[in-house]
Design a protein around this ligand. Structure first.
Ligand code: AGP
Length: 622
């Protein structure tokens, strides 16, 4: 029987001089909720034992609250609110195996309710680790892998294991107990632990992301920066096999033995306001409207990065671009770009498949992983293997300090700012803008690339004008009750067709399929019936005539043809015009598809397009 594993969750911890730790944690979890929203929970340490305590949990110092479902606007219960605690932990979960229940929600406690743990990752050997505690009479109340941790710590506190490295046991019983328990865990894990007998919180990680933030005599721990950016921009990105002990001060320890190491602080560039919705109803819409600035920023400020990456590609003996989901379409776009602009062959792979393709990598190979979060395990793992083969890694990511960012020899930070909607928009546009500028830099045409991107930013600005949005809303209304939507494109616009399809699916839950224009007649055209909508990404380039004849083949079978591009054609029943931006035409084509998807979701009554069902922002599951 396999227990539930927690792989893509948001964890948060606080210790400091504020007396409302519960509210601080609640706020932090809300900002991390895009990492998983099946259930959530908080545990705070009750300050005073005397007067208020009632239940055993409280007797032992914790007030715990757990709920199934999203946090949304749910308020904290009175017990947590009144707990006037200055220390606590919280968790928002994305279930992978088994049901979504209160018992499986975090935090998990030990038998005496004196140790509380939140966890993100997989404890691959949890069944084995449970055997001893069970033999000794420990009672497990959940089906999770995580629950073994508080019981291991409980055991260690009862029977401490002396640490040969810490002279005279200066390490502290709680720290030693957590260190010893964490060392036993196999897999990618991050934990945050509190104990009723200590005024400290302890965070440890191997694999799953953890960040420690500090400001005036208080400490925050979170799975990513958006959880703590409201309180501080001074952070430490915990490396693998590191443990942070936070209380009156911060101690950073190296695992397994707990040797003290000097913390390396980073100052985050992102500002708190960026992580807020502002005037927008949803982060998705806000982030779509930020795209002209994102494109402009890359056009004006990324010449250096583009030239450096172009040099690396030139020197490499075999370059491989990889990503997952939306990022994989950026990589796919990249190989067409380099073929067209730089006459340079680049290989493409979906991240999860690259594991099975990288046998031919050498120390002369260049691997370019592309990822918004920088944490997608299907990219992180093959990159780790590529590094073992001596390949050079040039990562294009949006999150400073993420695993891919730290794995890479050369790093390009996309500068798209915090992306909170689970659905990637501005990060994708930033990815393809960087690749376009790099392809131009490869032929010494960076000025041309810059001009094209600046022109594109203006066109996207125009598309975001109300008059244009009205056309898009009209189309979304027409597609409201459609069960199937097909999207076709050729060449550079093939990646646009795939990305548009993914946006429609994950935003509006309408079944959509994207194809290379020439593929339809090899099978799927059988699905076309009267008024089956088909979006045609028609760029004014060498693909135009062929994609128009593909559109005619579909129209002949009753398809409703929707053209998106710079040049209208009588085959289109509906046409949404973009500027003719050569290789960058894909950008307005994608922005229009994002807006159609968003409006389709709203028209179809989807309450929270920022958090689509069954998805999470960074996928750390294989
Ligand atoms: C994007 O809208 C999707 N949510 C998803 O496909 C995403 O692109 C994919 O999980 C890769 O994420 P990354 O860019 O953070 O690696």
């Amino acid at each position: 029987m396999f227990g539930i594993v927690q792989l893509m969750c948001g964890i948060f911890g606080y210790v400091g001089n504020k007396k409302n730790a519960a509210q601080v944690i609640h706020e932090g979890l809300k900002r991390l909720e895009y990492r998983g929203y099946d259930s959530w929970g908080i545990a705070t340490k009750v300050k005073s034992q005397k007067s208020k305590v009632k239940t055993t949990k409280e007797k032992n110092g914790f007030v715990v609250e757990k709920h199934v479902g999203k946090i949304g606007n749910r308020k904290l219960g009175s017990k947590l609110l009144k707990s006037d605690a200055n220390l606590g932990i919280g968790h928002t979960r994305w279930a992978t195996h088994g049901g979504v229940t209160i018992a499986n929600a975090h935090p998990h406690l030990d038998c005496k309710n004196g140790i509380a743990v939140v966890h993100n990752g997989i404890i691959e050997n949890f069944l084995e680790l449970k055997e001893q505690p069970i033999k000794k009479g420990h009672v497990f109340v959940s089906k999770t892998d995580t629950e073994v941790v508080p019981h291991l710590i409980e055991e260690n506190l009862t029977h401490p294991h002396p640490n040969p490295l810490s002279k005279g046991g200066g390490e502290g019983r709680f720290t030693g107990a957590v260190r010893d328990a964490f060392n036993k865990l196999k897999g990618l894990n991050a934990i945050v632990v509190v104990c009723s007998s200590s005024q400290e919180i302890i965070a440890a990680k191997t694999g799953s992301p953890l960040i420690v933030g500090t400001s005036d005599r208080e400490f925050f721990v979170a799975s990513d920066v958006s959880g703590i950016i409201k309180y501080t921009r001074k952070v430490i990105f915990l490396e693998d096999n590191q443990m942070a002990v936070l209380g009156k001060n911060l101690r950073l320890l190296e695992l397994p033995w707990g040797k003290e190491i000097k913390p390396k602080y980073n100052i985050l560039e992102w500002k708190f306001e960026e992580a807020e919705k502002g005037k927008f109803e949803h982060f998705l819409l806000k982030e779509i409207y930020e795209q002209p600035r994102v494109i402009e920023n890359i056009a004006l400020n990324y010449e250096g990065e583009a030239k450096k990456l172009a040099k690396l590609i030139e020197k490499a003996f075999g370059t491989f671009m990889l990503g997952c989901g939306t990022a994989s379409y950026a990589a796919l776009f990249g190989i067409y770009l380099f073929s067209r602009i730089a006459k340079k062959h680049i290989n493409f792979s979906i991240g999860s498949e690259f594991n099975y393709l990288e046998n031919y990598l050498t120390s002369k190979s260049l691997v370019i992983p592309i990822s918004q979060s920088g944490e997608t395990i299907d990219v992180v793992e093959p990159v780790e293997k590529a590094k073992e083969k001596g390949a050079k890694i040039a990562a294009i990511v949006n999150v400073l300090g993420s695993t891919l960012y730290r794995q890479a020899d050369y790093k390009i930070l996309l500068g798209a700012g915090v992306e909170k909607a689970v659905i990637g928009t501005k990060s994708f546009i930033a990815m393809i803008s960087v690749l376009l500028l790099t392809a131009y830099a490869y032929i010494g045409g960076e000025d041309l690339g810059k001009k094209l991107l600046l022109k594109t930013a203006i066109n996207v600005e125009d598309i975001l004008k109300d008059s244009f949005i009205a056309k898009i809303k009209k189309l979304a209304q027409e597609l409201k009750n459609k069960e199937h939507i097909y999207v076709i494109g050729r060449g550079l616009s093939y990646a646009a067709a795939l990305e548009a399809t993914l946006k429609i699916k994950e935003t509006s839950y309408v079944h959509a399929e994207g194809f290379a224009g020439g593929e339809l007649k090899h099978g799927v055209i059988a699905l076309i019936e009267k008024n089956t909508p088909c979006i045609v990404m028609a760029s004014n380039d060498e693909t135009y005539d062929d994609i128009v004849s593909n559109a005619q083949e579909i129209k002949a079978r009753g398809g409703l043809m929707i053209g998106i591009g710079p040049k209208d054609n009588e085959v289109f029943d509906r046409f949404i015009e973009t500027e003719d931006l050569k290789e960058a035409t894909i950008i307005p084509q994608i922005v229009i598809s994002q807006l159609v998807s968003y409006n389709l979701a709203i028209i179809r009554g989807i309450k929270d397009p920022d958090k689509p069902r069954n998805l999470a922002k960074s996928v750390t599951v294989k």
